[in-house]
Ligand binder design. Sequence first.
Ligand SMILES: NC(=O)c1ccc[n+]([C@@H]2O[C@H](COP(=O)([O-])OP(=O)(O)OC[C@H]3O[C@@H](n4cnc5c(N)ncnc54)[C@H](O)[C@@H]3O)[C@@H](O)[C@H]2O)c1
Length: 285
Amino acid sequence: MTVKRVGIVGSGIMGAGIAETAAKAGFEVVLRSRRQETADATLAALEKSLAKQVERGKLSEEDRSATIARVTVTSDLADLAGVDLVIESVVEDLETKKHLFRELDRTVGDGAILATNTSTLPVVELAMETNRPGSVCGIHFFNPAPAMSLVEIVRPLTAAEETIAGARAFAIACGKDPVEVKDQAGFIVNHLLFPYLNNAVRLLEQGVASRDDIDTAMKGGCNFPMGPFALLDLVGLDTSLAILDALYTEFRDPHYAAVPLLRRMVTAGRLGRKSGEGFYEYHRK
Ligand SMILES: NC(=O)c1ccc[n+]([C@@H]2O[C@H](COP(=O)([O-])OP(=O)(O)OC[C@H]3O[C@@H](n4cnc5c(N)ncnc54)[C@H](O)[C@@H]3O)[C@@H](O)[C@H]2O)c1
């Protein structure tokens, strides 16, 4: 099937980024937030971000106005009825996502692809909540979605060939480089990345080195663009903890058992950039 209209559910870091990516690529986008004020605020933030890109000469005025004209926001899931593809990007919690997939199955037209942007959760569990398991797959973008070139296309046991082909074609049309991966926790990137991030927190907790020295070491020694603590703050510590918990549930490997400091920081509301404080402090604009 050819995707023209895309529904995005969730307007957090990733939902907003995917909406921008898809709208810039020429897709009509309907973004759904639970509250209309949040939906409106997300549209205002997108307008601001696109205006800045015009100022910096990265986007033409014509493309800015065409992109904004392709986006509508709503708090009503029923407004997604006519889309060809839905990408769910709500909180990394299996029960929340299962509930949402049951609702999407009832609301969105037959034949549409229902995709999840989950970082680790089993996609097949979401597929089996619907009456169209063949039309469900993972389309996993990276943060920040407009800038990162990778998309992991996750193939659950239940997915039909045309679903995977449609998801891949969509990612390519968004200017991304898709890779395909089995429906196993962490897929490729997070399977390899999160033991490293978790071990960085362990080193800090053990007092082996300071936050700044660990970040400096991994940038200078491995040529990484940012150190592990800056990256954890960017991803969000709550999302990072949910990813580690899902990996541990799947594999029972101690490398995936979240270091207590990470869990304590989430409990304390230190979620990284999005809350203004994580391993670093951020000044709100
Ligand atoms: N942060 C990252 O780097 C990253 C990267 C790739 C994928 N992801 C995945 O994207 C998804 C969203 O993550 P994010 O980083 O945008 O998180 P976020 O915290 O920025 O946003 C979460 C969104 O979920 C909504 N939400 C919370 N509880 C809900 C509920 N009960 N019902 C419906 N909506 C609810 C929130 O209102 C918000 O819009 C997760 O599945 C995450 O694993 C995150």
